[in-house]
Design a protein around this ligand. Structure first.
Ligand SMILES: [Zn+2]
Length: 258
């Protein structure tokens, strides 16, 4: 009767060693490496710094489905600048009415000149305003070679100087609170009655949920209240393109519980 007492062997560094011994050695070294790796990453220290997120109970909130308008780059002009750019006695003429009653895209267009380049045929919006301002996207700013702030209007001191060229003349807006170029802060127009119904105030910041092809929630939608305004969110072309939303599509405004 034959008893197998020896394990299969192989030649290793001139020594005859059993395969089983080699397997055991590999397993031992792997286990050693495993334990040293564990020692380097101190799991307890990491969890102490970043505790597991906990759900937070929120108050009930209101949701309001609202139309979205995408604002393409445009210019608002004071009456004096209309005359300089388009000629003495010139008035803006209506190209098409905007969603907000009394506001319109004018036939008039200007060239906007930055540090690096210019953009032609930028639409003027009417009616005229007490001061001129240029509302651009971040992409426009990069094309023009300008570093623009996100602002609510041309009265913001961070607004930048910019030059406008019309068929009859040119104007340079000085920025610094006297009218200039900026990137419009995302905002919602609502009437005073709607604001009262929703319990929101001029200057509040709300969230807007977009269930489009790229679902997103935009924060910091500035509430602007004026009697007669129709409810409408205004985003710029960069924001609309980033989330795959076009003018006339809807979003959901989130109004926090009172
Ligand atoms: Zn607006």
């Amino acid at each position: 009767m034959e008893t197998i007492t020896s394990l299969p062997t192989m030649q290793l560094n001139g020594m005859q060693v059993s395969i089983d011994r080699i397997s055991q050695e590999v397993i031992r070294r792997l286990a050693e490496r495993q334990s040293s790796a564990t020692a380097v990453v101190d799991v307890t220290a990491v969890t102490a710094l970043t505790p597991e997120p906990m759900p937070i109970a929120r108050n009930e909130h209101l949701e309001l489905v609202v139309p979205i308008g995408i604002s393409v780059r445009h210019v608002h002009l004071c009456p004096e600048h209309v005359e300089i750019l388009f000629g003495k006695g010139h008035d803006l003429t209506i190209y098409n009415e905007l969603y907000q009653k009394g506001y319109y895209a004018a036939r008039e267009q200007v060239m906007v000149v930055g540090r690096k380049r210019a953009i032609e045929k930028v639409r003027v919006l009417g009616p005229t305003r007490p001061y001129s301002q240029v509302e651009l996207s971040q992409t426009d700013a990069l094309i023009l070679g300008l570093k623009l702030p996100v602002a609510t209007d041309g009265a913001d001191p961070a607004c930048q100087p910019i030059t406008l060229v019309g068929p009859e003349g040119a104007v340079t807006l000085t920025g610094g609170g006297n009218g200039g170029a900026f990137i419009a802060r995302r905002h919602i127009h609502i009437s005073d009655t709607t604001a009262a119904q929703l319990g929101v105030n001029h200057g509040d910041l709300l969230d807007l949920r977009l269930d489009g092809p790229r679902p997103t929630t935009l924060h910091g939608i500035l509430v602007r209240v004026k009697a007669g305004w129709r409810t409408e969110v205004h985003l710029d072309t960069d924001e609309g393109n980033a989330v795959g939303i076009r003018s006339g599509q809807m979003g959901t405004l989130i109004i926090p519980g009172q």
